[in-house]
Design a protein around this ligand. Structure first.
Ligand SMILES: C[S@@+](CC[C@H](N)C(=O)[O-])C[C@H]1O[C@@H](n2cnc3c(N)ncnc32)[C@H](O)[C@@H]1O
Length: 433
């Protein structure tokens, strides 16, 4: 909640002031820091510690249990800690608040590169890569940490911020000349339930991307920034995070319950006849059940379900796994009718075999994406009023597709019709074996 808002507000504030002021602020920082940070690279550990003592250090908070190191400062080498502390000290001395904030944005982006969880991407320049918190979603300390040059790392980020300032100026200028410029922007950093109380019936459109079960504990991972920025969330906020697990071991049943309530909260915030889009993906069909059932009960109709497969982000995720990885999200779009619907449930289990046979027989393409098939299955169960009784494991799902004569192409991350099977059973896909 907090980090996204820090970034968004930071970007919006770039509308203030003149680009030349930002450039001058960076020149000044370069004069103050560049040679000092280079010198740091040559100092001994003891000399670095002594240097560091002169600057304010971040609180040495305890990290989540699954981190490789116990406390916050251990995430950094002494040299990195010194460099970051010195840079931060210099940024804090910038007078104009908007310039200070812009440089703080660049500094906070450098935090993710200048720490011991930074892993270089294989076969690329050493600086290309990222923290383990982005790839394996925990604080893993690299066996042989790469220490990027501090000044260069910061300066590149500051230049990105200045480039963003130029883009924002252009966009505002364009808006002023054409459709008019409102310049209004509001940020609310609130738990979804509280937000819903404030904004009931006031919103025109909601696009939401809730956490997908237990994959990523956002607040635990945001400690990297929140600790040093002094914006650690309260325990109450952490307890209401919509995730499974995390350092507080939040339960699956609380997650499902809250996921449903958060969808109802979103519908409650919408004006009548307006739209909500929810981005989601997970093997656990109970999560989809919670979303779809809650939306219907709150008076919203499912009007579109669009899978996002085949793009760059999708293939990046796919590279890390196999056919059991669901990478492309489904964007579910609901229309608020304001008429709550009762969601019926069938007594007997949803007939997965039959539904899959139907979906696969309709597939006229030669290649299929697992995500698309899975999403179609969810929607078939939903339209058959049987989502509550849809139970399927990844393995069963994969087995069914194989039995219908499809093979997984691990290089291209999709399913292809097995030629031999096609000849034997025809295009419709054989089900009788
Ligand atoms: C998949 S991420 C979405 C990230 C977002 N699209 C962005 O670019 O920042 C899920 C987000 O939901 C937030 N979240 C988790 N529990 C929440 C709650 N109870 N109320 C409001 N937001 C919550 C997390 O902090 C996280 O930022």
């Amino acid at each position: 909640m907090g980090s996204a808002n820090f970034i968004s507000q930071g970007i919006v504030d770039l509308a203030k002031g003149d680009i030349a002021e930002y450039e001058r602020a960076l020149v000044k920082l370069r004069e103050e820091c560049q040679s000092k940070l280079h010198e740091l690279e040559l100092l001994s550990e003891d000399e670095i510690k002594e240097f560091t003592n002169r600057f304010e250090m971040p609180e040495n908070l305890e990290l989540p249990k699954n981190a490789d190191v116990r406390t916050y400062r251990e995430l950094f080498s002494h040299r990195q800690l010194a460099a970051l502390a010195f840079l931060r000290y210099s940024v804090d001395r910038i007078e104009a608040t908007y310039l200070k904030k812009a440089m703080l944005l660049a500094w906070s982006a450098s935090l993710a590169k200048l720490n011991r969880t930074f892993l270089s991407a294989e076969g690329r320049a050493e600086s290309r890569g990222g923290s383990s918190i982005f790839s394996i979603y925990r604080y893993k300390v690299a066996k042989e940490p790469v220490e990027l040059p501090a000044w260069k790392t910061f300066e590149e980020r500051a230049q990105n911020v200045i480039a963003a300032k130029a883009e924002i100026d252009k966009a505002i200028e364009f808006k002023r000349r054409t459709s008019g410029w409102s310049g209004k922007f509001e940020i609310h950093a609130k738990n979804i339930d509280d937000l819903s109380k404030d904004l009931g019936g006031k919103v025109d459109y909601i696009f939401t991307d809730p956490p997908y079960g237990g994959h990523i504990s956002y607040l635990d991972l945001s400690t990297l920034w929140n600790c040093w920025l002094g914006s650690m969330p309260s325990r109450k906020t952490r307890q209401s995070e919509l995730i499974v697990g995390g350092d507080l071991d939040l339960t699956e049943s609380a997650y499902v319950d809250r996921l449903g309530k958060s969808i109802k909260a979103c519908i409650n915030m919408l004006k009548k006849d307006k739209w909500l889009s929810v981005v989601f993906q997970h093997w656990n069909t109970a999560y989809f059940d919670a979303i779809l059932t809650s939306a219907a009960e709150a008076g919203a109709d499912l009007r579109a379900a669009v899978p996002q497969v085949g793009d760059t982000i999708w293939s990046m995720h796919k590279k890390k796994g196999n056919e059991s990885v669901l990478a492309g999200e489904l964007i579910l779009t609901f229309y608020k009718t304001g008429k709550p619907m009762k969601v019926g449930t069938q007594d007997k289990d949803f007939d997965i075999e039959h539904a899959m046979a139907k979906i696969l027989s309709k597939a006229d393409a030669k290649v299929l994406y697992g995500e698309n098939l899975f999403n179609q299955l969810i929607l078939a169960a939903w339209h058959g009023q049987a989502i509550g009784s849809l139970h399927i494991t990844k393995n069963d799902f994969i087995e069914i597709i194989k039995r219908h004569g499809w093979e997984y192409d691990a290089a291209k991350h999709h399913w292809v019709k097995n030629q031999f099977e096609t000849m034997l059973f025809g295009e419709a896909g054989g089900t009788g074996f």
